[in-house]
Design a binder for this molecule. Structure first.
Ligand code: AGP
Length: 591
């Protein structure tokens, strides 16, 4: 939910390195930002502001230090104020901390610190950390030991970086939120995500939960937070490039990533056949398969329930990760949990994995970020290979996730080759679809409906999850109140919402439910609704027809793409930043 970043080494512009790195982490939260630099004369200079770090102008202090930490915030505890912005310090300003996650027992810790005479400037949970570090430092006289001892006092999922004016080291600890080390030629970087330092190095080392790291910029030591035992780490080379993570000629990451679906479906389908068949057999032999994700990834799981049912005749259970706890009664060692996550860091999904592991069930992860916590903690993983997804609104990851799940469903039906063929054809259709005229058509449609405050989407079968996903996309980036319904459900209540001119999108394929969904759309039309048909064939009830190819079981992958483009233009035309939607962040690493 927040971005944290630090550098220590030979360079003297550590502050600038940190500011530039935080700009690459802004997708993780952008309420406020702050940087702390330890200058040559050993005192800390701190600057923090409300707003986006991408607006920051140069500051002199950035050029005179060789160790710095910084933070870009998505508020959890305490409002969006300068006092609540990180870094947070102890009273004499000798210790600075930046933190991502939640200190669940912060109130108890704060009360104890207040009772021992400490004073607080912010409402945040984070501010207990520098004060606790000060207390432990007095006992141990060693900053790294102080970090280890403090980490044993706090409860919750977190990652934090800390520096001290009398110690020339950068120290970090993680337990549930991501933290990666960049191995530079002139120092070490520690960040929530790789893009923060990708300009400087592609060599990384991953910090795991329950570990801490200490570096003076020349050497580095990874150790166990509880025992202090050293944990040697191998160095990994990152293969994707900076430009892949940048916008290119697009104004926003969201449109770039939508257009990348020309290639990402094919990349998702490019899995090892033997591995895919092994996973299919694991599903066949499991005593209960549970498909779990959050938000958009959860809608991919819902679509997969139809894939497994229609293509393989196999029943799977689907749950949003936040609701999975209720399933623990059913879990056995022979059960299989399949988790779907773009970032591989979503807290609710990690919690679901913990529940499954507590019952000794196996976990398969379908993720986009290699080396993410979910990727590393699963028993086995499949990567969707979509490349970095930076826009908060997930687009190419969704179609990649559905492609992999559709492939597995075909493997389960012992028709893997047919599945690959069908998906590669869908990829080719999408490639043809994503042309300037098609995009312009949707841009014009957005103009027609951008002033509406309510919008409904209906779908049936595997298009029903896409109706729910369409609502997320439109809500997220344009802030229009959009709601998705199963077509058959409309007449049982929601149809009362339809008024003259109410826009309603019908997601349609060429399949056994086409007649039903057209009837549902007709019922809306009869009450004045403005019908937008996303369909392989036109129909007289459509006020607007958005043509899509007939993609059979891959129809959900095809139907969602015009909606992604429509949502993007609705946002832009309503003056919103589609890459940084209100109140949201890219990776929800808190429960
Ligand atoms: C999707 O547009 C949203 N940003 C959100 O629902 C997201 O899909 C959800 O938070 C899950 O994230 P993950 O795929 O990284 O686990």
């Amino acid at each position: 939910m927040c971005g944290i970043f630090g550098y220590v080494g030979e360079r003297k512009d550590a502050g600038r390195l940190v500011v530039d790195g935080l700009k690459c982490l802004e997708y993780r939260g952008y309420d406020s930002w702050g940087v702390a630099c330890k200058e040559e004369d050993d005192h800390l200079v701190i600057e923090k502001k409300i707003g986006k770090i991408s607006d920051v102008k140069s500051s002199a202090f950035l050029e005179k230090c060789s160790i710095a930490v910084g933070h870009t915030r998505w508020a959890t505890h305490g409002g969006v104020t300068e006092e609540n912005a990180h870094p947070h310090t102890n009273e004499d300003g000798s210790i600075a901390v930046v933190h991502n996650g939640i200190v669940e027992n912060y109130q108890e810790l704060r009360d104890g610190l207040l009772a021992r005479g400490h004073t607080f400037l912010s409402e945040t949970d984070t501010e207990v950390l520098p004060h606790l570090l000060e207390e432990e430092l007095k006992k141990t006289n060693d900053f790294a030991s102080a970090v280890r001892l403090v980490s044993q006092k706090i409860v919750g999922r977190y990652a934090f970086l800390a520096l001290h004016t009398d110690s020339n080291v950068l120290v970090a600890a993680r337990n549930g939120s991501p933290l990666i080390v960049g191995v530079g030629s002139d120092g070490y970087f520690i960040a929530s995500d790789i893009p923060a330092f990708l300009d400087s190095t592609r060599t990384v080392q991953y910090l795991d939960d329950g570990e801490m790291v200490v570096t003076d910029g020349h050497s580095i030591l990874f150790s166990d937070l509880a025992t202090g035992e050293e944990h040697p780490k191998r160095e990994i080379e990152i293969t994707w490039s900076v430009e892949q993570a940048e916008k290119g000629e697009y104004q926003h990451y969201m449109l770039k990533e939508i257009m990348e679906q020309k290639d990402t479906i094919v990349r998702a389908v490019n899995q090892d056949d033997k591995e895919t068949r092994t996973i299919a057999e694991a599903i066949r032999s499991a005593r209960g398969t549970f498909l779990v994700g959050c938000g958009t990834a959860h809608k991919a799981c819902m679509a997969a329930e139809y894939f497994f049912s229609v293509i393989a005749g196999h029943h799977v259970n689907v749950s949003s990760a936040g609701e999975f706890k209720l399933y623990h009664h059913f879990l056995k060692p022979e059960s299989l949990l399949i988790v779907v996550s773009q970032s591989g860091e979503t807290a609710d999904v990690l919690e679901a994995m913990k529940i499954a592991k507590s019952k000794r069930a196996k976990v398969l992860a379908i993720v986009n970020v290699e080396g993410s916590t979910i990727d590393r903690e699963a028993d086995y993983s499949l990567l969707i290979n979509a490349g970095p997804e930076r826009a908060v609104a997930s687009t190419k990851a969704l179609t990649g996730q559905m492609a992999v799940l559709l492939l597995i469903a075909h493997a389960l039906a012992r028709k893997l080759h047919d599945g690959k063929t069908q998906l590669l054809e869908a990829g080719s259709m999408i490639n043809d679809m994503l042309n300037p005229r098609y995009v312009e058509r949707l841009e014009k449609l957005a103009e027609k409906i951008k002033h509406r405050e309510d919008l409904y989407i209906i779908g049936k079968s595997w298009n029903y999850p896409m109706a729910l996903e369409s609502a997320i996309k439109i809500q997220e980036v344009s802030n229009i109140h959009a709601e998705g319904f199963a077509g058959g459900e409309l007449k049982h209540g929601p149809i009362a919402l339809i008024e003259e001119g109410t826009p309603c999108i019908a997601l349609i394929g060429k399949d056994e439910v086409t007649g039903d969904i057209l009837s549902n759309a007709t019922e809306i039309k009869a009450r004045g609704g403005f019908i937008i048909g996303v369909s392989p064939e036109n129909n007289p009830i459509f006020d607007e027809w958005i043509k899509v190819p007939d993609a059979a079981a891959a129809q959900p992958l095809v139907n969602i793409i015009p909606i992604q483009i429509l949502a993007y233009y609705l946002a832009v035309q309503r003056g919103k930043d589609p890459d940084m939607p209100r109140n949201l962040a890219k990776s929800v690493t808190v429960k």
